[in-house]
Design a binder for this molecule. Structure first.
Ligand code: NAD
Ligand code: UDP
Length: 323
C-alpha cells in the first residue's frame, strides 16, 4: 500500500547495495518513501539496485561508513558490514572499523538529526551458544580473539554504542538480531552456505560440507526478514530491542545440502571439508518477543524460499555463461 505524501520520509540505508539492503530499499520505495542508498560496494553490487535507478525517489551514494557523513534524512537503517565469514575475515581490521566506527558515525548523524536509527545486529552476538534456542536475554558465548571475533565482537560493541546513545542522548534506537537469512541477490561468490551449495549444485561441482554437517542453523527467507525489520522500525518508540528476527525452523547443514540437491535436481556429490574455527554448533532464534511486540513471524517455507533462490541463481549463472 502506498503511503500518503505527508507521511513520506527520507530514509538512509547504509549497505543498501548489498543482499538485505537492496531488498530493504525496494520495500521502502514501495511504501512511498524517499531512499538514499549508501554503499562502498565492498560486497554489494550495483546490479542489486540497477532496477531502481529510474526511480526519482531513489538515490545512490558511494561512501564508506567509517568516514563521517553529512546528509539530511528522517530515519537511518544501518546495514553496512560484510556478513559472510570469508568476506568479514578478508580484512578483519576493516570489519571492526566498519561496525564500530560506522556505528559511531551513523549514531552521530542520528543524534544531530534527531532521527530514529535501526541497527542490523546479528545472532553472532550469541557466539557458539550454550543456551538453545537463543532468547534475547542470553548474553552469549563469544571467543574474543578468534577468526570470527572481528565480526562478533564489533557487532556486540555496536549494540553497546546504540544503547549508550539511547541512554545518554535519548536517541530512538531499534536493534534487530538477525539470524541466517537467504534469498535472491546473495552474491554468487558470497561464501555463505545457501548460496555456496546452490551455485555448486547448479554447476555440478562437489557440495562442500564443513565438518560432519551436524551443526544446525535456522534459515529465514529474505522477504520475511525485511517485513520484520520494517515492523521493528515502525514500532512504538519504547520498543528498542534487541529483538531476534529469524525463522525458528532448525535444520542441520547436512539436511540443507540434501535439500539443495533435491531443489536443483543436481547430480553433485557431497564432499566433507574441515569445520572452520569457532563455527557455532547450533543456532535457532527464540522469536517470542518479535511475535508479542511486533506481531511478526516468518511465513515462507524453506522449500519455497529455496525454489525462488535456485531460480535466481540459475538465471544469474546462465547470464554469466552467455556474457
Ligand atoms: P552483504 O555483504 O550483502 O551487505 C553488506 C553491504 O554493506 C554490502 O553492500 C557492502 O558493500 C556494504 N559495506 C560493507 N562495508 C561497508 C563500509 N565500510 N561502508 C559502506 N558500505 C559497506 O550482507 P547482508 O547479508 O545484506 O547483510 C547486511 C547486514 O545485515 C550486515 O550488517 C550484516 O551483519 C547483517 N546480518 C545479515 C545476516 C544475513 O543472514 N544475511 C544475518 C545477521 C546479520
Ligand atoms: N558451511 C558448509 N559449507 C559451505 C559453507 C558453509 O558446510 O560451503 C557451513 C558452515 O561451516 C556453518 C554453516 O554452513 O556451519 C553456515 O555457514 P554460513 O557461512 O552460511 O553462516 P554462519 O556460520 O555465519 O551462520
Amino acid at each position: 500500500m502506498v503511503r500518503l505524501y505527508d507521511s513520506r520520509k527520507r530514509i538512509l540505508v547504509t549497505g543498501g547495495a548489498g543482499f538485505l539492503g537492496s531488498h530493504l530499499c525496494d520495500k521502502l520505495l514501495e511504501k512511498g518513501h524517499d531512499v538514499l542508498c549508501l554503499d562502498n560496494l565492498f560486497t554489494g553490487s550495483k546490479r542489486n539496485i540497477d532496477h531502481l535507478h529510474g526511480n526519482p525517489r531513489f538515490e545512490f551514494m558511494r561512501h564508506d561508513v567509517t568516514f563521517p557523513l553529512y546528509v539530511e534524512v528522517d530515519e537511518i537503517y544501518n546495514l553496512a558490514c560484510p556478513a559472510s565469514p570469508i568476506h568479514y575475515q578478508y580484512d578483519p581490521v576493516q570489519t571492526t572499523k566498519t561496525s564500530v566506527h560506522g556505528a559511531i558515525n551513523m549514531l552521530g548523524l542520528a543524534k544531530r538529526l534527531k532521527a530514529r536509527i535501526f541497527q542490523a545486529s546479528t545472532s553472532e552476538v550469541y557466539g557458539d551458544p550454550a543456551v538453545h534456542p537463543q532468547p534475547e536475554s542470553y548474553w552469549g558465548n563469544v571467543n574474543p580473539i578468534g577468526i570470527r571475533s572481528c565480526y562478533d565482537e564489533s557487532k556486540r560493541c555496536a549494540e553497546t554504542l546504540f544503547f549508550d546513545y539511547h541512554r545518554q542522548h535519548g536517541l530512538e534506537i531499534k536493534v534487530a538480531r538477525i539470524f541466517n537469512t537467504y534469498g535472491p541477490r546473495m552474491h554468487h561468490a558470497d561464501g555463505r552456505v545457501v548460496s555456496n551449495f546452490i551455485v555448486q549444485a547448479l554447476k555440478g561441482a562437489p557440495i562442500t560440507l564443513y565438518g560432519d554437517g551436524s551443526q544446525t542453523r535456522a534459515f529465514c527467507y529474505v522477504d520475511d526478514l525485511i517485513d520484520g525489520m520494517v515492523a521493528l522500525m515502525e514500532s512504538d518508540a519504547d520498543v528498542t530491542g534487541p529483538i531476534n528476527l529469524g525463522n525458528p525452523t532448525e535444520r542441520s547443514i547436512r539436511e540443507m545440502a540434501e535439500m539443495v540437491v533435491a531443489a536443483t535436481g543436481s547430480s553433485s556429490e557431497i564432499v566433507f571439508e574441515p569445520l572452520p574455527q569457532d563455527d557455532p554448533k547450533q543456532r535457532r532464534p527464540d522469536i517470542s518477543l518479535a511475535k508479542e511486540v511486533l506481531g511478526w513471524a516468518p511465513t515462507v517455507r524453506l522449500e519455497d524460499g529455496l525454489a525462488a533462490t535456485v531460480a535466481y541463481f540459475r538465471a544469474i549463472l546462465s547470464e554469466f555463461e552467455t556474457a
